[in-house]
Design a protein around this ligand. Sequence first.
Ligand code: KIV
Length: 271
Amino acid sequence: MSTEGKTRPVTTHRLMEMKQRGERIAMLTAYDYSTARIMDAAGMDVILVGDSAANVMAGFDSTLPITLDNMIYHAKSVVRAVKRALVVVDLPFGTYQGNSKEALASAVRIMKETEANAVKLEGGLEVIESVQRILSAGIPVMGHLGLTPQSIHQFGTYTVRAREEAEAAKLADDAALLERAGCFGLVLEKIPADLAARVSASLRIPTISIGAGGGCDGQVLVMHDMLGINTEFSPRFLRRYADLFTIMTDAFVNYIADVKSGAFPSDAEQY
Ligand code: KIV
């Protein structure tokens, strides 16, 4: 059996082909070498070095504090591990809004220093100049609409977005605008499933859902949430595929007990 399909690197062009033939896109976040290696070998299509690293790696309450240098550190570690998946890196808060030249400089740093494949940024019309300028340098851009965590202080809550007609219409307009500008894909976060399905059907580029339902062209979750490392966060859209909190706690407790009792190391575990 040919392994070409498994090992051929995923490109933005291939994601578009996957949408055309109805093949769903699997995407997860990763922030370090070791987990990115496991994820890539498992066959993940897209690995997102998300600014959710601010929450799950650094323990901040929001994604706002993470810096471009921090993102570059995480992205470099992930890229070193990946042979097949498309690696997308979030532009962090404050590095692209309101100044398209700074946006391009930030995106260029990510591409040059990490050798990732693409950048992602949040927003529609408000950031379109930045999107266009980054694209004009040949850097692939993924959009992100709906609940955009970098705007949490404007929203005030993490509840479902675009339930109202006006916000839903703006989201659909922004999605079309980002596609026309040349974005290769779009994350839709925490919006009603019927709106996400309509937007997805209206676009040629793939949409990736996080809490936006099954009508999108792919799904993304934050790795720590789906592995059950992070137990405080359990929105309706989250499916837990493992209970690493319990597995890790048991391992740590057993290790402590073995060290204290002298059961570790055994004769076979020493020289
Ligand atoms: O930073 C992140 O993890 C993200 C996902 C929630 C899509 O942007």
